[in-house]
Every structure is written in structure tokens, then in C-alpha cells.
Design a protein. Sequence first.
Length: 504
Amino acid sequence: MSTAPVIEPVLSLTGIHKSFAGVRVLSDVSLRLFPGEVHALMGQNGAGKSTLIKVLTGVFPANAGSVELGGTAISPRSPLEAQRLGISTVYQEVNLCPNLSVAENIFAGRYPRRHLGIDWGRMNVEARALLARLDLDIDVTRVLSSYPVAVQQMVAIARALCVEAKVLVLDEPTSSLDEEEVNRLFAVLRRLREQGMAILFVTHFLAQVYALSDRITVLRNGERVGEWLVRDLPAPALIAAMVGRELAARAAAATAPQGGADGAPAAFELRGMGRKGMLQPTDLALRAGEVLGLAGLLGSGRTELAQLAFGLRHADQGELRVQGQARAVTCPADAVRLGMGMMPEDRKADGIVPELSVRENIVLALQAQRGMWNYLGTAEQDQLAMRLVQALAIKAADIEMPIGLLSGGNQQKALLARWLVTQPKLLILDEPTRGIDVAAKQEIMDEILRLAGQGMAVLFISSEIEEVVRVSHRIAVLRDRRKVGELPAGSDEHHIYQLIAEEA
């Protein structure tokens, strides 16, 4: 009687412990990656996923535990050393050099050489061959910045494959990609899986986990909850494992808000606001105590509308009315004086100041609102920051730690706190839940509805239509940089897509 051969993991982490300044981040965590599998690493922001990856790739040394690659103990002391061992990582933010060519990015640090210089011809040929493995045919001599993010992501993967990686770690690789680009990336990853590569996949999109992954490991509060084959862990059980039974039940029971401020006069109104080449003239009314959702496909003009309303970009058509009075908004300072606040789409590039403390980040907008001659004292800053940290359950060792050390969800809540201290009448939220976990998403959406209940007008923008439906009293739908209609509360995703399709 023959038995199936036992497949050994290509990579094993066992009993990993990691602390920072006495604060435990990982406790007895284990992880196994098998050849020819995509393994999803799931958990809330702050669960320890990023720290575990950094231990694996040599950014941080573990306080205890072991790492084995192909049955041999390893202890990489840097990402470069991990890469030389066969562990390559592609991060959420593409860490390449935009001013260099595609080929130079792929081979940076290991350029093929001849005589005393770089063999440019060979480098370009080999770069094209690597990209061909990913079904990508582009001019490798062009600078990387001339290509869209999706192509840059493929170049980062090609760079990872350049070193004959045994393990490929993908940290939120789809957060900036549209559906077509995600499908293209997944086709590449499936092919790499068929070639025997072990792939560690970190994402917050549950549907993508089930579309691509073979196995799932869940972390919670720095500990391993368990490891499952995907077929043995349906989505409700995965959510429960990630966030706990109580929050999972609350998220499942969440429904779209009813009521709102129907019939009330507009607190803020856009009349024919637009900009040539950016947004067609748009009418939009925002009422106190109401969440107005902004839905549309990628490139529909959602972010552009928010930027024009807040003065980040100059509108060459139309006007903004506040309580019925026309107001000029030529810059964000004008918007803040009118009682507006805005959380931008990219929290890292346009939101947080990573080197400043949590306290300093929270009080930034209020200090700008008061002006340089009305300085907020340290005691007042401490009081405001502590109150908001507690109210929004921001997980930070203390308010003086750099905000860049917080998890994505906690950074997002700190940005929300920044605007709440200014007591805005209108809060514009552009992708407030992007790149954060299920629990943090639920907490932020609960807070949005609470703020609306207290009379604040909220403009909520999200590429996840399900979230727009869940949190909005009304939904404005955009397509091709123009508004195509509005839907009442109780509308579902089908109604939104139908409206977009009808206008196509």
C-alpha cells in the first residue's frame, strides 16, 4: 500500500518572539510556507504581520525562535542578505528608483559587467526576459516613473525574481491596483505557484484571499491563532479568527443607515464646480447630519472632486456655497476657515508626518487654524491628543512616539483625530479605510455614523462599493469624471453598477 509523499515546507518560522522597549509585538509565532502554494497572512493592523515579515527578511532580529529555509537554519541580518538566500519581498509602496530605467531598477546593486563597466546591452536583454515571464512587454530603457503603478509593481516582482527566489513575500501588492490590474497580477502569481514558488501574500481584501490563496495563517494581538487550508475556513470564520467573535457579529449585522437629513437645507453646496480636463461641472449638496457617499470606478473623478472642494486644486468653473452664501476656496486654509476638514487618499504621502509624534500630528490642523501667533501650549496639546487617542481607541505606547511606527489603521484614526479637534462642519474622507483591517474599518465607519448623528456633514469616498452602501444616507455616482446620478439609502451595489452601466 503506497502512501502520498510528505511535502516539507520550504520555509519555517518557529516560536518567534519580538519585543520593542519591553512591549511584546510577537509571542511564540510560527509560520510554514510550502512550495507551489500561495499562503495568506491575515490579521488586524497591529496583529504583528509586518513585524513577522521584517523578522523573516532580516530587518529586525527575533528575540527568540528560529527560521529554516530548505531545512537549514538561517538568520539574515538584512533584507539584502535575505534576498541572497532566496527570500524576496515586494512592498505595498513600490520601493524602487523612479528616476532610473526599468532595467536599472531590476538589476540595481548587481549590474552585469564587462571589462571595467556595466554591460548595458546584456542588462536590457535580461530585463526584457524577466518581464516576459510576467507577460509584460515594455521598453526597459524608459524611466520607471513614466509607467503606471501597476507596471511598477510588476517591475518590483521582476527584480525579486532576478535572484532566483525560493520565497516571494508580497505585502499589500494590490492596494493601488484596479480590478483588471489585480487580475493580471494574479495570473502571474498563479504561474509562479505552478513553477513551485512559495508565495506569502498579505492583504486586507478578503475576496482576494479566496481568489488566490491555498492556505491561511491568522495572527491576532501578536499571537498565531491558527493555520488552515482555504477550503476549510469560510469567510465568516476567517473574520471571527481575525477580530474575535463579538466584532465579527457586529460587522455582519451592520446595515446601511436610514433617515439622515432629507429635506434639510444644504450646509455645503457645490454648484457647477469643475476643472477642464479634471472634472465636468458638478452639483452636489451636503446636509448637516448626513453621510453622502461618493461612488464610481477608478478614474471616475472621486478624488478630483474632493480636491476641488477643499482647495487642493483650483476649480475653473462653478462655486462653493456655505449656508447659502458663495465662498471662495483658493487653498486648503480657506476650506479650514470655512469649517471643512479632509483626510487625503494617500495617508503616507499627504497625511501623516512620520517623524513627528502622535501628539504633534493630531494638533497640526488645529494649530494651522489658530495661526502662528496663537500657539497651542504643551499641556493643551497633551490634553487634546490624549482625549482623542482614548475616544478613537488609537493603539500607541504613548502620544510621544513617532506616528510612523503605528499600524496603518491607527495612523488613519490619528488623521481622523487631527480633524476632529478642529470641530469641522464638513469632513471629507477620501479612502479612509484603504489598507486597514476589518476591525479598524468597522471602528472608523462606526465613528463616521456617530459624527453624522451629532450633526456633522460627511463626504465619504471609497473604491469599495460595499462600504459606500453600508455607511451612506445618500450616494452620488460618478463616471468618466462627471456625476451621473444619485441614489437614496437602501440602494445596493447592483443599483450603483446599474447606474454606471446605463450611462456608459
